[in-house]
Structure formats: C-alpha cells, structure tokens
Design a protein around this ligand. Structure first.
Ligand SMILES: Cc1cc2nc3c(=O)[nH]c(=O)nc-3n(C[C@H](O)[C@H](O)[C@H](O)COP(=O)(O)OP(=O)(O)OC[C@H]3O[C@@H](n4cnc5c(N)ncnc54)[C@H](O)[C@@H]3O)c2cc1C
Ligand code: FES
Length: 260
C-alpha cells in the first residue's frame, strides 16, 4: 500500500478552456493509465490519472466541481497529499495501435502514446472534443510522432462529428494490431464494439466513484470487479463480462444509476 506523501506544486499550465496540468517537484513513476489520489487538506480527495510520469510528474484535470476548482486555485509552492500510483495501466500490443481519446480522456492517452512510440509502435490517434477550445495535448502527441485525427462535435476543428465516426473510417481503411480508448463511457462502448467485430485486442480506462483506491470500500465496484484495483484499464475480454459496462454505475452513496 502506498502511503500519503506531500508534494509541492511546481507549476500550473493552462491546457484549454477549463483544463489545466499541475506539475510537481519530485518523482513518481506510473504506467500510462495508473492514477493517484490527490488530497487537498481540509477540502477533498479524488482520483487523477498521471499524465506525466517520472521526474516533475503531473496530472491534467478538467475543472468540474468543488474539488477541481480548489485544485485550480492552488499556486506553485503550495502542497497537496498524494497516494499511489494505483491500479492497472495500459499495455502495448503489436506494431500499430489505434488510440481513441474523448475530452479529458486525452490526459490518459498521451502517456500511453509516448510509451507505445518509445517501444517502436506506430500510433494513429483519434482526438475528439466538443469544440476546438477543448482540444488538449495535440502538439504533444504530434511531436511524439503520432498521426493525429481530430473531430469536434460542432465542426470548429477537424471533422465534424463524434470520435467514433472517424474511428469507424480508420478501422475500415487501415490495419491495426490493437485499439485503446479513454473518454466518455458511451464512446468507449462504441469503439469496443467496432474492435470486437474485427477481433482486435482492446483496452480502455473506465471511471467509477473512487474512495479508498485500494480495493477495500467497494465504492468503485462494477460487476464484482474494482475499478481502482482490477482497472481502471480493462481488456476487451474483461469488459465483455461486465453487465454495467456502457450502461450503469453506482452513485457516491452506492445507488445504481444509468450512465449519463
Ligand atoms: C481512475 C480515475 C482517473 C481519473 N483521472 C482523471 C484525470 O486525469 N483528469 C480529470 O480531469 N478527471 C479524472 N477523473 C475524474 C475526476 O476524479 C473527477 O472529475 C473529479 O473528482 C471531479 O471532482 P470535483 O469535485 O471537481 O467535481 P464534482 O462536481 O464533485 O464531481 C463531478 C463528477 O466527478 C465525479 N467524482 C467526484 N469525485 C470523484 C471520485 N473520488 N472518484 C470518481 N469520480 C469522482 C462525480 O461522481 C461527478 O460525476 C478520474 C476518475 C477516475 C475514477
Ligand atoms: S475505491 Fe474502494 S474499492 Fe475501489
């Protein structure tokens, strides 16, 4: 079990409208897809995927509610508590990968692309966002060597439509060895079903409500598995066994809810 450690904020970088990256002084090694629990003293504790691993590690977050608003108000020199890294991350399979990221899911996919390219794989990235101002980390992935395909719901950048539309075209016109995804679960479910039809190895990172982060409290349960420990990255074979995948989740108080 990883103990809570204090880390000092080195910088806060604006990535896009309502999205920032926080880099820390210090080193934390994590596999792409693994997450840390960030504790803001007196405020909140919540999970964040590691978007930069190693020295000056970092997390990239969308400002949504109280927790992430508090995080965005913090200044370099201030400290947060960090536990982790936790969970299972992505693996690289084969020589050509199709990665699909929706919105802030890009923060999880970016370090995966770095790792895949470092291991000699070619990567096509589908990067979907609602609108141009919400696109993040495009330059990072292009510099790493990925072929980037943008889609926006409103057509302000790239192809107009959903990330799943371009994904379907790419899967029809090119040959891939594996497919990885992170973003809204409805998007993940769409990409999973296309990959399954083509019998391609698939992995995706899921989100559920995380409290302990270490497989004890059950708040992140999905059909008998724990997102915090068995995931957050699951293979297609495991997703096929989860009835709630793409359909339902537990609320913070444990009530079953449909997916948004
Ligand atoms: C494994 C994992 C990795 C994540 N990585 C990232 C990331 O890299 N970048 C990012 O922007 N977001 C990430 N999230 C989501 C992030 O934890 C929530 O968006 C954040 O906690 C919102 O908190 P809030 O108080 O600002 O918003 P609130 O308005 O309080 O919450 C907004 C939404 O976030 C969910 N949420 C709040 N707290 C938690 C929690 N402890 N566990 C799970 N969901 C929560 C709520 O259910 C709600 O749907 C991740 C979630 C999980 C489970
Ligand atoms: S968050 Fe407690 S079991 Fe997963």
């Amino acid at each position: 079990m990883s103990l809570l450690r204090p880390f000092t904020i080195a910088e806060q970088i604006d990535e896009a409208a309502s999205c920032k990256t926080m880099r820390f002084i210090g080193t934390l090694h994590a596999d792409p897809g693994q997450f840390v629990m960030i504790w803001i003293p007196g405020k909140d504790e919540f999970p964040m995927s590691v978007s930069y691993t190693g020295e000056a590690f970092g997390v990239t977050y969308k400002i949504i509610g109280e927790g992430t608003q508090s995080l965005s108000a913090m200044k370099p020199g201030e400290r947060v508590g960090i536990r982790g890294p936790y969970g299972r991350g992505f693996e690289v399979h084969g020589r050509r990968m199709l990665a699909v990221a929706g919105g802030a899911g890009m923060a999880v996919i970016a370090p995966l692309i770095d790792m895949a390219i470092e291991k000699g794989a070619e990567v096509d990235l589908v990067l979907g966002a609602r609108t141009e101002s919400e696109i993040i980390m495009r330059g990072r992935c292009e510099s790493a060597g990925a072929e980037v395909h943008i889609s926006t719901d409103d057509g302000t950048a790239g192809a107009k439509g959903l990330a799943t539309d371009i994904t379907s075209q790419l899967l029809e016109n090119a040959t891939f060895d594996s497919v990885c995804a992170c973003g809204p679960e409805k998007m993940i479910a769409g990409v999973y079903s296309m990959s399954k039809k083509l019998d391609l190895p698939f992995q995706a990172s899921l989100e559920r409500f995380i409290k302990c982060g270490i497989g004890i409290c059950d708040s992140c349960a999905i059909d008998g598995m724990h997102v915090c420990k068995d995931g957050p990255v699951f293979s297609g074979e495991v997703l096929a066994t989860l009835d709630d995948f793409g359909k339902g989740r537990l609320s913070p108080s444990g009530r079953r809810l449909p997916l948004d």
